[in-house]
Design a protein around this ligand. Sequence first.
Ligand SMILES: *Cc1c(COP(=O)(O)O)cnc(C)c1O
Length: 378
Amino acid sequence: MDFTTIQNLVAIYGTPTLFLSENRLRESYRSLKTALHGVTLHYAVKSNAAPQIVSILSNEGSFFDICSNGEIDVVKECAVAPQRCIHTHPIKRDSDITYALNYGVTTFVADNEHELNKFIPYREKVRLLIRMSIQNPGCLVNLSHKFGVAPEKTWALIRKAHKLGLTVAGISFHTGSQNENALKYIEALEYCRDIYRKAALYGINFDTIDIGGGFPISYLTPVIPLVQFCQPINEYLDRFFSKYHIIAEPGRFISGPSVTLATRIMGKSLRNGLWWYYLDDGMYGSFSGKMYDHADYPMWVERGGQRHSSVLAGPTCDSIDIIYNDISLPRLEIGDLLIFKSMGAYTSASASNFNGFPQAKIVLINSQNESKPVIRNS
Ligand SMILES: *Cc1c(COP(=O)(O)O)cnc(C)c1O
């Protein structure tokens, strides 16, 4: 998308707006589907629960990873069959389990004994994945700090589940989000191999392995090409897990690149020799990902000229609402557009309406239905 196209769209829809490209979304899904051949992709709704995304992916044939009653409502609203969903939150109330069961979801995740006990009343209809923790200090977001049983304790938990009469379908893990090290999947799979071998000896019949999400995208620096990234994972799976149903839970890789944010400068001020620019979207909005997801997005400014150290702040009255304390920018004017790319994952998902500033609306573009885009929060 070039700057003029965005300007024309902004003339219609205003700012702040998150432009969701249907073509780009489909392309991400298809490229991962091809790169991880034979793996069933369950899109992690957590990364971006916009109904437009869920509907498009559902239409592509995607499966889904949901974690809460609210996410169940989203997939339900998009007419996704429950057989295409797995519930991956390791900690649930009984009411969460029954909500999912009533919808028709029957695959759940557990990572401790207390959680296993909750499934005893439903053991006839439920299959479990045991979530194993994989430490990965090198990635953007560690998803094994809060959840997952240590690899060396995983087998004992599986035996416990088996003794309780529960069906364990296999192991799930998450190597960490925006994980640029493919060997982390191999490390996890090595642990799994050992446990799957033991399970077979004990007559515990696993049929599934869930390799989680984590597939990285390019933000400010390029990541290695997807096909290359997936190669060792494919090789390992082909070699040792060819008999199993393999699933993955990608979020960021699918939703991230498909969204472009258009935001505008509302005001500017020279404070202590430094230019401050106030945008109509900020840390409490689409840039919440800078805080929670530790992500940094590629920026596009139309104006040229000499660059100066500047401050980019959001619209709210809170001093924490600063996107960049020190960023090199040309001299900007009130009304200028700033464009940020790869804003699809963990951005609007964690945005709020703090201080009465509405969240950026989502407008679907590059779509078969382009003449009537779907707008949220309008
Ligand atoms: C967040 C999450 C995902 C998605 O991770 P990405 O890094 O966005 O691919 C998948 N599975 C679980 C259990 C998660 O918590």
